[in-house]
Design a protein around this ligand. Structure first.
Ligand code: ADP
Length: 284
């Protein structure tokens, strides 16, 4: 008996993790295939823990929204997906984010963060086009991948601009400066730039927070169409936006993922009191 105790102690966390993930999956329609899985993720800015034991499946070709009060870890979680935190010393991950079907753990030290940034395109709150032409912005990631043939570049740039619902507005001025576009157009250009390298996941960090309502609704329409092609993870401070665009929603609080599931379930019948309080405006 005395020999059995250490072995059981060792196995217990693994069993717990497996059952947690299995439980998480049952919340989702059986037909959904999973594009990525966050497993027991902790993240530290130096000594400060910003994510606490996060487990989240991301169904393929759907939109998953992260909601919650400011400072609860939404952007921190999103940035783990493209290894943004590696750019600063002292940051530390524990756990895994596994891409499917390859089984690649994004957080593995063997994975090149630069490559990961091309495989998981990211769009930030404020549009940040490069001070180059519209064409060169979208072609940027392709050139980093040594795509040089003009006809292929043209084809891929057009495809990305069409997917970002911007082609018709810019097709006659592809060689004009990107910074002359309106804010909403710039943000759709940033989406096109992220899409050009065929990312496995598109990460959107409050993509409409700097935009007016018309530009916002264009981005939301684009997100809706885009999920046919790509899996999307979006951080939004706007609950109505999550309800409009997301198939699945996760509610975060103080670095933990309190609850996640189909958006309709989260908004209509939240299981956790904290989620309910947040959604009814009791805090946040
Ligand atoms: P949210 O996106 O939900 O507003 P964040 O992920 O930006 O929250 O922040 C989560 C927590 O991590 C907050 O307490 C924030 O102050 C802290 N934090 C964010 N960025 C850094 C950083 N670069 N260094 C140290 N702490 C940070």
């Amino acid at each position: 008996m005395s020999n059995a105790a250490p072995a059981l102690t060792h196995l217990a966390p693994m069993a717990t993790r497996a059952s947690r993930l299995a439980a998480a999956r049952t919340d989702y329609a059986a037909s959904e295939s999973i594009k990525a899985e966050v497993r027991d993720l902790n993240f530290f800015y130096g000594q400060r823990q910003a994510l606490k034991n996060v487990n989240l499946p991301i169904p393929e070709r759907t939109v998953t929204a992260l909601i919650g009060p400011s400072g609860c870890g939404k952007s921190t979680l999103l940035r783990c997906f493209n290894r943004m935190h590696d750019l600063y010393p002292g940051n530390r991950y524990e756990g895994e984010i596994v891409l499917q079907p390859s089984g690649l753990n994004i957080l593995s030290p063997q994975v090149d963060p630069m490559e990961m940034r091309l495989r998981t395109g990211m769009v930030f709150q404020k549009p940040n086009p490069f001070p180059k032409s519209i064409f060169d912005n979208v072609a940027y990631g392709l050139r980093l991948r040594f795509v040089r043939q003009r006809s292929i570049l043209q084809e891929r740039v057009e495809k990305a601009l069409r997917a970002a619902a911007l082609w018709d507005e810019v097709k006659d001025r592809l060689h004009h400066s990107a910074v002359k576009l309106s804010g909403g157009q710039q943000q759709r250009l940033c989406v096109a730039r992220a899409l050009a390298t065929d990312p496995e996941i598109l990460l959107l960090d409050e993509p409409t927070s700097a935009l007016d309502p018309i530009a916002t609704s264009k981005i939301e329409d684009m997100i809706f169409a885009l999920k046919e092609e790509v899996t999307i993870l979006i951080v939004t401070h706007n609950m109505e936006q999550a309800a409009r665009v997301a198939d699945f929603t996760g509610f975060m609080y103080l670095g933990a993922l309190v609850e996640h599931g189909a958006t309709s379930q989260i908004f209509q019948t939240p299981k956790n009191q904290l989620t309910e309080k947040y959604l009814t405006g009791s805090f946040g």
